[in-house]
Design a protein around this ligand. Structure first.
Ligand SMILES: Cc1cc2nc3c(=O)[nH]c(=O)nc-3n(C[C@H](O)[C@H](O)[C@H](O)COP(=O)(O)OP(=O)(O)OC[C@H]3O[C@@H](n4cnc5c(N)ncnc54)[C@H](O)[C@@H]3O)c2cc1C
Length: 492
């Protein structure tokens, strides 16, 4: 049967990761169609901490500046990530004193806070500009795959209108409860689910309780509850996420059971540390704290990305960021296949081979932060040592080493090409594009098989681990494919 719609890539789910996928596919020159169940972009704020790496990815597609501007309207910049008994009361720990202190030289970009409800419309606009066909209020109801790709049925929720879509590839960015993953029989592995958590969205003037402190994330640890606050400018609204109640040694982790408005008010007051502050509850979201990774990220021409592939506690703010990195790793590879760069379908196996170990590591790191920051009762069951935030956020690698400090990798193949400010005010990362790019030292004398930038900056050879006669070949996702002297490898 002839499909109604033919498209190179169908993306199921148009939230943070689906929208990023569409935007990046457009950037790499691939047309995509996104189907999203909801009638618009995110309604709940959720993800807010955006890492330098995600901002670097946004920079390549031209949305970094607008994201920064919107972020500054919504949250304080360079705030602390810290722990308190209550917002009004005793401070327990400062995990990060200033969001960008000591990390500015690692990247042309900064860490920011922006909620998904503000970020997703920006990504949507850019995805559309880059040619994506976005269908909201539209559900994918079924799919089949054969040698030619994937055939899916979609249905408009309001009109009931249905259509058949044929795509060469499908990205399942359909979230933690991914029905695509379930249908494919792909299991999740890890620590399982360990809390029925809630997020309470509220309005209250908390400015006096902040006492002039510049805070981005405030973990609350007291005998009533464990969770965290995020407060928005002008400090009259925010959310409290709660993952456990009662005795910290023997907690009740079924937070969402028996929830009433009064119970939410009591919990908020217990976290704020004042009983008499007028508080208005706007919404309550129920979600599960889990730490799991899919046992495989690919089935034929279907790829899992974002929460469909890995679910982690929000401690560390890695979840959405990891999904954007999936989207980038996958988007350029699909583009390379579709645009005739590589012939071998095995090439696409590198998505699972590269991303899954990094995602497993990131999930473990989020779990370790969950245990050490708010759930010490889980410590006895074991957890990985907490790695430096920069190893997780910028220093993840595809060369088997998984992570290291980004200053250490020195453009080793499989690691992210390092940032260095050049004399014209651009970063080395700004020289990378949607194709492979050659960054060469001043004395390099090899053949020019790729687009080449000769870099005369005196610190370039040391930052990239080469002699002045050396060069590196960088992939479209900013990871190093080859480093050496002389002639580059053949283009296969
Ligand atoms: C309280 C909290 C705080 C967080 N803080 C951070 C943070 O600071 N930083 C961070 O990086 N992450 C954070 N996260 C995690 C982050 O929110 C998720 O990792 C992110 O939303 C995952 O995005 P996604 O696009 O993969 O999935 P989702 O956001 O779950 O989106 C999946 C989408 O697919 C759609 N869909 C599903 N099935 C279909 C279908 N059949 N047809 C059409 N559409 C479909 C759904 O409607 C949904 O919109 C936080 C999470 C929580 C709960």
């Amino acid at each position: 049967m002839q499909p109604d719609i033919e498209v190179p890539v169908l993306v199921v789910g148009g939230s943070l990761v689906g929208m990023s996928s569409a935007m990046l596919l457009g950037h790499y020159g691939v047309r995509s169609m996104v189907v999203e169940h909801h009638r618009g972009t995110a309604i709940h704020p959720r993800a807010a901490q955006i890492t330098q790496r995600t901002m670097e990815i946004f920079r390549t597609v031209g949305v970094e500046q607008i994201v920064r501007r919107k972020s500054a309207e919504q949250f304080v910049q360079d705030g602390a990530i810290m722990g308190v008994e209550t917002l009004a009361g005793k401070e327990v720990a400062y995990y990060i004193a200033n969001l960008n202190e000591g990390i500015r030289d690692l990247s042309p970009c900064e860490r920011v806070f922006i909620s998904q409800s503000l970020l997703e419309p920006l990504l949507k606009q850019r995805a559309e500009e880059l040619g994506a066909d976005l269908r909201f209020a539209t559900e994918m109801t079924s799919f089949e795959q054969d040698g030619s790709g994937v055939t899916a049925q979609i249905r408009h929720r309001d009109t009931g209108e249905t259509a058949t879509v044929h795509a060469q590839y499908m990205i399942a960015a359909d979230g933690a409860h991914s029905r695509v993953r379930e249908r494919l029989g792909i299991r999740m592995r890890g620590h399982g689910a360990f809390s029925n958590s809630i997020t309470i969205y509220f309005r209250a003037n908390v400015e006096p309780l902040l006492r002039g402190r510049n805070l981005s994330v405030i973990y609350v640890i007291n005998p009533v509850l464990r969770g965290f606050f995020r407060i928005e400018i002008p400090f009259t609204s925010g959310f409290l996420a709660i993952t456990a109640l009662g005795d910290p040694e023997h907690p009740n982790t079924d937070v969402s059971a028996g929830l009433t408005d009064q119970r939410c008010l009591d919990l908020l007051h217990a976290a704020l540390g004042v009983d008499d502050l007028p508080v208005q509850i706007e919404d309550v979201m129920r979600w599960q704290s889990e730490a799991n990774t899919a046992e495989r990220f690919r089935e034929g021409n279907i790829f899992l990305a974002g929460d469909a592939a890995h679910v982690m506690p929000p401690h560390g703010g890695f979840g959405g960021n990891t999904g954007v990195q999936d989207a980038q790793n996958l988007a350029w590879k699909l583009a390379w296949m579709l645009n005739g760069g590589f012939a071998s379908p095995n090439f696409l196996d590198t998505y699972d081979a590269e991303r899954r170990p990094v995602c497993e590591f990131t999930v473990e790191q989020a779990y370790s932060r969950y245990v050490t920051r708010t759930a010490p009762y889980l410590a006895a069951k074991g957890f990985q040592p907490v790695a430096h935030d920069m190893n997780v956020e910028l220093g993840y690698g595809y060369d088997g080493k998984l992570h290291e400090h980004p200053n250490e990798s020195k453009a080793r193949p499989g690691t992210r090409a390092p940032h260095l400010w050049l004399s014209d005010g651009h970063s080395t990362l700004d020289l990378l594009g949607s194709e492979f790019v050659f960054l060469a030292g001043p004395q390099w004398a090899g053949e020019e098989a790729f687009r080449i930038h000769r870099i005369t900056h005196p610190e370039f050879p040391a930052a990239y681990g080469i002699s002045p006669g050396g060069a590196v070949l960088v992939r479209p996702d900013g990871f190093v494919a080859w480093r050496g002297e002389g002639t580059p490898p053949p283009r296969t």
